[in-house]
Design a protein around this ligand. Structure first.
Ligand code: PEP
Ligand code: MN
Length: 370
């Protein structure tokens, strides 16, 4: 059960104390408090965990300071969209809004290689009014002999150049707790010129210890990739791990499923699940067309498969796209064959705008009474 208190309820107020006293007297109930500090107001939510079946929503709603009571189903308690759920799912990070109702693009390098390539990429993003990017410093690779990413040594370049080009958020995969500390340190040493969204890759979707660590910190939002060989329910539970540890600024990313049935695509494109996730949870949904398709293959209509699946995900309501670009894909150390070229960025964005507009028209159409 979730108890939502009136905005700006003071923890020292009599009403807050009285409500807490009542709740603490309930048998076999654990109370977990969560505060959402927004620009205009502070929202306090109290999570009752345990034998809540013995309590009625009506009795709790009568307690002082209580605005609303939501009885949650067992699944995805925090991130789930429960019955009669109207709570908003948005969050803002470093001036960028994330929600199930808007849209952001994160185009960038799969793996950071040279300073020159970071510079070329970010310069192009700024020229195209983009404020977010992806930059892989820590790369989980199938072969231990493959390039593992430059790690912390490339962070100063990434953050400095992000600041130079007005990039507000860099999505960056982490595979170990130490990477968060390295990011902290590099951001601090460079004077916090940008923000970071921690990415948890498909190979780590069920690395529960990493999830708990990323969930316990509140500094950075998390982009969680769907596990490529597990059920959707299992991946959504992984997202719930992050939230249950305290970090609800979670974006869920579809990136295709591993099966030879996907051939010739690298993974089986699963963007039909965009609306499903929006229905089951309140998380913004991201799509990764690059790792789904895995190549620059193009159909006879002159449109690349990557562009086609991007449009398919967006027309179904995706809230974010994560895409690999590279100034010189033949020189890329990771995933060159699926990288889009810098000169293709304007058209990619234009195609996205077409698909997003079509989605918005569809929403308006279905909002009309029959
Ligand atoms: C990536 O985005 O660089 C990546 C490795 O993705 P995934 O975890 O989906 O394979
Ligand atoms: Mn990659």
């Amino acid at each position: 059960m979730i108890i939502i208190l009136r905005p700006n309820t003071d923890k020292n107020s009599d009403e807050y104390r009285e409500t807490l006293r009542y709740l603490h007297n309930l048998p076999n109930i654990l109370i977990r408090e969560h505060q959402e500090i927004g620009v205009q107001q502070i929202l306090t939510e109290l999570y009752l965990i345990g034998e809540t079946s013995a309590i009625t929503s009506e009795e709790i709603a009568l307690l002082p300071g209580v605005e609303r009571v939501v009885r949650v189903s067992e699944e995805y308690r925090i991130l789930g969209r429960h019955k009669d759920e109207t709570r908003s799912s948005h969050f803002e990070y470093n001036g960028v809004l994330f929600s199930q109702n808007n849209f952001n693009v994160f185009a960038g390098l799969c793996a950071v290689d040279t300073r020159e390539h970071i510079d070329l990429m970010m310069r192009a993003l700024q020229a195209n009014q983009q404020v977010c990017t992806r930059m892989g410093a820590y790369k989980p690779r199938t072969s231990p002999y493959a390039f593992q990413g430059h790690g912390k040594s490339c962070l100063p370049d990434v953050f400095e150049l992000a600041g130079k080009y007005g990039i507000k958020i860099v999505a960056m995969e982490i595979t170990h707790e130490s990477h968060i500390h390295e990011i902290d340190e590099a951001l601090s040493n460079t004077g916090h010129p940008t923000g970071v969204m921690l990415q948890i890759g498909t190979r780590n979707t069920q690395n529960f210890e990493l999830l708990k660590i990323a969930g316990r910190q509140q500094k950075y939002p998390v982009l969680l990739k769907r596990g490529f060989g597990i059920t959707l329910e299992e991946s959504l539970n992984a997202a719930e791990y992050l939230a249950s540890e305290g970090n609800r600024r979670v974006i869920f990313c579809l990136r295709g499923m591993k099966t030879s049935a996907s051939d010739p695509h690298r993974n089986f494109v699963d963007f039909a699940h965009v609306p499903t996730i929006k229905r089951l949870t309140r998380m913004p949904v991201c799509i990764d067309p690059s790792h789904s398709v895995g190549s620059r293959a193009q159909s006879p209509d002159g449109i690349m498969d990557i562009m086609h699946v991007t449009a398919q995900g967006i027309i179904a309501g995706a809230n974010m796209v994560l895409a690999d670009f590279h100034p010189a894909p033949e020189k890329a150390l990771v995933d060159g064959p699926q990288a889009l070229l810098i000169k293709e960025l304007p058209r990619f964005l234009e195609d996205i705008a077409i698909a997003r507009e079509a989605y918005e028209k569809r929403v308006a159409l279905f909002a009309q009474p029959l």
